[in-house]
Design a protein around this ligand. Sequence first.
Ligand SMILES: Nc1ncnc2c1ncn2[C@@H]1O[C@H](COP(=O)(O)OP(=O)(O)OP(=O)(O)O)[C@@H](O)[C@H]1O
Length: 896
Amino acid sequence: PFNVPSNPSEEDLWLILQDGRVLCDLISKISGVEYNFHNLPLPCDRVNMFLSAAADMKLPLFEATDLDEGCYSSSSCKRIIDCLLSLKNFQEMNELKEKPSNSPTDSRQHRSEHLENPGKLVDCSENGTQKGHLQPRRRWKIPSHENTPLTADPGLPSEQQSALPPMNSVYGPDSLITDGQPQTGPSPQHLQQINKKFHDILGINMKTDSNSEVESPLGKNLENVSMQSLSGFVTAVFGNKQQDDVARHVGNMLRKVLEELERCFTSQNQKVTKLKSMLKEHINRENKLASRAMLLETLATGAGEEVKLLSRHLQQIKIEYKRAEDDKEMKEAMIESMQKEKSECEVALENLKRELEEVVKADQERFRHLESEKIELEQTLKAKIHEKQTLLQESDKKIQELEAVIALEMETIKRKCEQYGYFINFQHQLLKDVKWVLHSLKQEVLFLKNGYEEDLKALEGQLCGLVHAAVSYHRVLAENRLLYNEVQDLKGNIRVYCRIRPFLLGQSTKHSTVEYVGENGDILICNPLKQQGKEVAKAFTFNKIFKPSSTQEEVFRDTRPLIRSVLDGFNVCIFAYGQTGSGKTYTMSGPSSSSDKDWGVNYRALNDLFEISRSRKDVINYEVGVQMIEIYNEQVRDLLFIDSSNRRLEIRNNSQLNGVNVPDASMLPVNSTFDVFHLMKIGQKNRAIGATALNERSSRSHSVLTVHVRGTELSSGAILHGCLHLVDLAGSERVDRSEATGDRLKEAQHINRSLSALGDVIAALAQRSSHVPYRNSKLTQLLQDSLGGQAKTLMFVHISPDIDSYGETLSTLKFAQRVASVELGAAKSNKESKELRDLKEQVASLKELVSKKDMEIDRLLKGKSRIKGISGSLFSESYLDMQDQRLRRQTLDSKQ
Ligand SMILES: Nc1ncnc2c1ncn2[C@@H]1O[C@H](COP(=O)(O)OP(=O)(O)OP(=O)(O)O)[C@@H](O)[C@H]1O
């Protein structure tokens, strides 16, 4: 409806818009307000009028200068078109208000779309109602990939085409606007080109269709490429490759990328130079145009119509100039971005170069290391070769030396062989001589052998004699034992010796109760203070009386034979009886600080025992054990207890237990007198523990030292047992005299009871009574095996000569006499009886026989040792042992 040519060009349309008249007509028509723009002479005033009217209608506005820039500036163009479209929408809405549409839904939709986004150019192109209006808008539509040509628009003038950037450049003119916004990234076509090149560089045959197994991330728009797809791509490309292959591939790839980048840079540089030259041309052309404009302006002053034309021309030139300037700006921006890209590429290139250099450096380092190793190895090998060569040379030398030595040795050996030959011949000769000597020696040996055999036979005879002698020796020994026992029996199985204690220091020696002591065991006791004739002296007879002057040795002398009986296998019991302080302990043990001279019966008996056992060691092997027991208040206690529990012990009358009647008491083995001393000290110490301040324990209890002897006859292996009891009895003083009460009375009663029980037992034995009351006291129970039978009993009765002890002395002697009278009674009554004389003769003859046998044994022993000496010089020890064993066997056989 406006003054528009039927087929306007783009420039025509812009010129119309710049004139402003069409715009003013249009807005007057649409708004219904009459604008008097005809009065306005200048196009810019008319445009300003339009813009103020559009502002009143609250339409989106543009700048007046936007019309000058026109289609060469996308932003200006967009603003203008937004404004016009809004105007158009405004008109359509007015039309709708006037006449309702046949398809209200479509038009409403259409309208609403325009209202929501009045500047959306796509809708304009699709809306057929806008045909014939503003045709150049087609150029600003969003280009699709299919429709966008990759070459220049043939519709454009050649000048404009040359001003546009080439279509294969990064930003083509068709990619300038996307959804109404200027596009800042590369075009899809360009990305495809890059992708293709990238594949070419990688040498990867990638398929870009949707069915391909591995899709290159470069096949998509780079904005959408994620790191996962890139890593997937890398895994797909390199996943099944070896590490070396990957390194090689990456190396190749980097090299190709570098090459490509360099190539890009060179092409970009070329383009930049080209653009620069184009820019220069533009500037030249602008200069030309400016000069032309100046010329035209001068001409315009002359011609009115021509001026109009010229002004048009000028306007056109200005537009061209503007366009050229825009073009220049765009190219500069492009150059800037390309330079930026170049610098980024250069940085990347630098990084790659640096990495490459590092890799190369590492390789070179490795190579150098390997080289140095190689050199070292070569040097080592050379050294070793040299060493081996020197060794080889040395070994060669040594071989030569050894060969020379061997040759010398061979010479020496040859010489020695010759010498040995002579020597062997000489030895042969010598051997012959030796053989001859040997023969003669053999003859001599045979002669000697015959002589020795004869000697041996003689010796054998002698040995047989010796064997017989030995057999008879043992027999004689046994006989001797029996005879000895018979002698002891004849002396009496129960013997009572009386020992008179000397006066003690401080005691008056003026009056002694002992009136007379006879040589044959008689003793007269009287009270010197009593008037003569009133009381007769009391006479007692015992086996022997020891005077106060008797020494310990003398006292023991008559006891010694009984010790021998113990070793012969008989039981012996030695008692010390008497009142307290009468000297019992003195007799049995001796004074406390005793020397050998003062030793009591105990030590002397044991000393003898060990001496005799040692003298018999060739015949019998003795083992000696000791027990020490105390009987206090009819309770048996061990005096050699080891543990602290000194418990009460039981007496078991069992003679089959080798005479050990208190098996629970400690039995300690002894090998010497010293051992016995030691044990007795322990016993006395333990006995003293029970003592009180008032009473000595020793006077209130019986102590029994029992020596058990076990002898093994070496020749026959026969075993004999002997037992020696050494009993220190408690004080025998009478109870009524001591006027004791309480414990003391009880003790005294026990003592008296046990002593009278002992007297009863001994009396029963002496009378050979059918019943012997052993069980009446612990003491008699304990000594049962050693009282009666073949056992020997010896009682030392102790009396004190002082007048104060007269009564006790009398009672003691009476008790002792009761024991002794049985044995001695008969002899006492008829001392001169024939029986006794016979007995004495018999004893004398037996003694003679025993001494003879002893002599015979001595002789045999001497002969044996002599023969042993002779045979020792003639025969070896083993031979003699053999003979000895043979003899022993023969002896045993003969015994059997
Ligand atoms: N034959 C003796 N020669 C010299 N002194 C003696 C003799 N007999 C005993 N004595 C002395 O008499 C004192 C008493 O002797 P002993 O202790 O032996 O008597 P006891 O009968 O054992 O007394 P107890 O019943 O208290 O043990 C002691 O000092 C002792 O040295």
